[in-house]
Design a binder for this molecule. Sequence first.
Ligand SMILES: [Zn+2]
Ligand SMILES: [Zn+2]
Length: 360
Amino acid sequence: MPVIERHWFKSLAHLLQFEPYLSSEDKDHQSQFDTPKKSTTIIEEDSVDEPWHQQESESDHNIANSKRESQEVIIVWKNVILMSILHGGALFGCLNWLINGSYLTAFWATFLGVMSGIGVTAGAHRLWSHKAYKAKLPLRIFLAILQTIAGQNCIYEWCRDHRVHHRFSETDADPHNANRGFFFSHVGWLLCKKHPSVIERGKTVNCEDLLQDPVVYYQKKFYMPLIFVFNLALPMAVPMYFWNDTWVGALTIAVFARYCISLHGTWLVNSAAHLWGERPYNPNIGARENLGVAFFALGEGFHNFHHTYPYHYSTSEFGWLFNATTIFIDTMAKLGLAYDLRVAKVRRNIVPKENTTKDE
Ligand SMILES: [Zn+2]
Ligand SMILES: [Zn+2]
């Protein structure tokens, strides 16, 4: 079998858990696969001491969990109502579409959903939260627009929450602590007040670099008008103007259904990819490899890998396999808009399993 083909087959087999993780043949394969491309930077994990990739210390962990006893859920009813309207509108839109919907509007909504997802994964996540690669100004503006369409808070807030999640995963200071169950880590965390530890410990996470990028700064400053234009007006205007869809069809499919489904794609990374799957890189953390999430979240489901090597631009060692975001970044690199793609020296099971860790 040709080398590339064989690699893909083995990767798939590994992900579907049909074969054990590392053979000596795989090792050779690995080094060949990791051969640096032009504009790719290979880094040793020990050399990463950036403030936004600091690992949680023992004392961080203790402090983050110190208020566990006083934990109290305070529901934010405004968010519950908004989320109910969104889900109700999406459900109505889908049923209405089945009766008399426009295929073009469905296509437009799917296109917007995928592109806005790229704004989150390639933009807010890999570029701004983790600085896993660098992007030129036109690409940063494009990604900021896509991230605005996604409507998941401004880039600054998204990255701040995400860095807190990485540093304090599975503790009270983790905004979507998966130890509090599927519902909380999926959507519940958005429906109640943040745990005091999230706010308190969140202040210790360095985010100063973010606002130094004018794209992030101005997106934050003008977020409300921008979200009105890109999350609501533009998605509705295109179907109504170009193929005369009704405002109800445009609103419920291109806004409600598209927004709702893309939110669930992102939320699965926080819930399913912290609850179900294997942990071949670091068995002592909650994040897991979940192929289903990788597919729906455009490549973000290789989550044990990602929490082990957060600065790796691909969030996976399998290249383009179930990883639309990596395809996008590689394409941008070919066009000269993305550069300095960072790649970790990947090793599996390098961290011994601790006795105190949770059960599989
Ligand atoms: Zn995570
Ligand atoms: Zn991350």
